[in-house]
Design a protein around this ligand. Structure first.
Ligand SMILES: *Cc1c(COP(=O)(O)O)cnc(C)c1O
Length: 473
């Protein structure tokens, strides 16, 4: 397939820009060469992107069990509601955007209720960005108390990969602690790791092997007793929303992935929202502005000791609109129901697949589970990668592969609550047939996929010599 830059011809471009009706301003660094834009007509442009869209697999195409990503169905009414807000400008005076401020205020209230937190910012644009923001809150808190020696963040090895990365970005040193054989945090290792240099702990819960840490209350107590704060990576909240509250478990800060749990299409690079919630004592450090309310209405206010902005304006506002729509649609019963069904679906698939596949950890699981295909590879030469490629021929998006790193030949499956039993049965049948195929005709599985627009890609080449930028001739 050609790139858009390789199509069309000079002069064919489509430009429907109205004449400039404001004074022209000379930029301080004007371009020295014209921008190299595609020269295509509207027809060509439309065909190009339609063709591209047909090569993409999304939740509207089929099963998408990408573990840790919560690729659930996103109700279309969310989009309708978000579209109501597209005519608003972020620089409008606050009295003209009371409805928008109400959306932020209501979302903060409802998500605060779900997480057990007192305040929230919607500025961070993604989960990892939320982690970074939350860690800056922790840092600001310690520094404000004059306890700048707390420079270490403890991260269990079952954490999402972004956790240690965010801690480093926020200027902390990461202390890695191992998991116990049951997939939970090794509590004794934690006890040994905390001290006067502990700024906090980041816990992904349920963790990346789909396990809710049974020692969670002890974990937060150990960290608090040592003077650290507890950060909850709530990107996997889909498993627990409306059922248990991180705030009640002793966590001080949390980020949510509104684009995962609260139903915004994601996976194509955004927009997302990594909303960060915190307890009252961290409120003064939040990024500004925050929304407050009095008899006169909603107002924008700057928190007293704010860490500053982490994004322009109010974050990806329409993602918050979608989350609020989703929350109000599901309501007080629907939210915990969704979580329980997510867990039920994962356990259903785990049970069916364990007929042939080895599970990395004994069930029951939460919203996702991890299989280890090491024995399949030893017996047949077919790896987790081969099975993943085999799924493509059946119109199924592969699960998360080779993650978490603590499991060999890992496939991490998260069906979500929005899949029917029939779909999960079909998918389980495919998984089981691929297991058979690995034993009867491993060559066929090595050759998969055969029915996709592109077949096996040169993964080593892509990793060693990535071409990340189009170069015009
Ligand atoms: C997805 C995810 C993240 C990162 O979120 P992004 O929006 O991709 O930055 C962090 N933690 C967990 C557990 C996740 O599943």
């Amino acid at each position: 397939m050609k790139l858009i830059f390789e199509k069309g011809a000079p002069g064919q471009h489509l430009s429907l820009m109205p004449p400039c009706d404001v004074p022209e301003v000379q930029l301080s660094h004007p371009r020295t060469q014209p921008l190299d834009l595609p020269h295509v007509s509207e027809t060509e442009l439309t065909r190009h992107y339609t063709a591209l869209s047909k090569r993409v697999h999304g939740v509207n195409d089929g099963f998408y069990p990408l573990g840790s990503c919560t690729m659930k169905y996103n109700p279309k009414i969310n989009e309708d509601m978000a579209a109501l807000f597209t005519q608003v400008h972020p620089l409008q005076p606050e009295e003209t955007v009371q409805g928008c401020l109400e959306v932020l205020h209501e979302s903060e209230k409802l998500l605060g209720e779900i997480t057990g937190m007192d305040a929230m910012t919607f500025q961070p644009a993604a989960g990892a960005h939320g982690e970074f923001t939350g860690l800056l809150l922790i840092k600001a808190y310690h520094v404000h108390r004059g306890d700048a020696a707390r420079t270490k963040i403890i991260v269990p090895d079952s954490a999402h990969g972004t956790n240690p990365a965010s801690a480093v970005m926020a200027g902390f040193t990461v202390v890695n602690i191992p998991s116990s054989p049951d997939g939970c945090v090794d509590v004794e290792a934690l006890r040994a790791a905390v001290g006067p240099d502990t700024a906090g702990l980041m816990l992904t819960n349920p963790n990346t092997v789909g396990i809710f840490d049974k020692n969670i209350l002890e974990i937060t107590k150990i960290v608090h007793d040592a003077g650290g704060l507890c950060y909850y990576d709530g990107a996997n909240l889909n498993a627990v929303m409306g059922v248990v509250r991180p705030g009640d478990m002793g966590f001080d800060v949390i980020h949510l992935n509104l684009h995962k749990t609260f139903s915004t299409p994601h996976g194509g690079g955004g927009p997302g929202s990594g909303a960060v919630g915190c307890k009252d004592f961290l409120r003064p450090f939040l990024p500004g502005p925050v929304v407050t309310r009095d008899e006169a209405g909603y107002h924008l206010a700057a928190p007293e000791r704010s860490i500053g902005r982490v994004k322009n304006f109010y974050g990806n506002f329409t993602v918050v609109v979608k989350a609020l729509t989703y929350l109000l649609t599901l309501g007080r019963e629907g939210i915990p129901d969704a979580a329980k069904n997510a867990v039920l679906n994962a356990n259903y698939m785990m049970k069916r697949l364990s007929e042939k596949y080895d599970m990395a950890y004994a069930g029951p699981c939460m919203h996702e589970f991890v299989m280890t295909l090491q024995s399949l590879k030893d017996e047949t030469g077919c790896s987790a990668m081969d099975v993943a490629k085999g799924l493509l021929d059946h119109g199924i998006h592969p699960p998360t592969m080779y993650f978490p790193l603590i499991v060999h030949e890992a496939l991490m499956i998260e069906p979500t609550e929005t899949e029917s039993q029939e779909t999960m049965d079909e998918v389980c049948d495919v998984f089981l047939s691929l297991w058979e195929l690995a034993h009867t005709d491993p060559q066929a599985l090595h050759a998969a996929p055969t029915r996709t627009p592109v077949r096996r890609l040169d993964e080593v080449g892509a990793a060693r010599n990535p071409v990340l930028r189009y170069k015009a001739e």
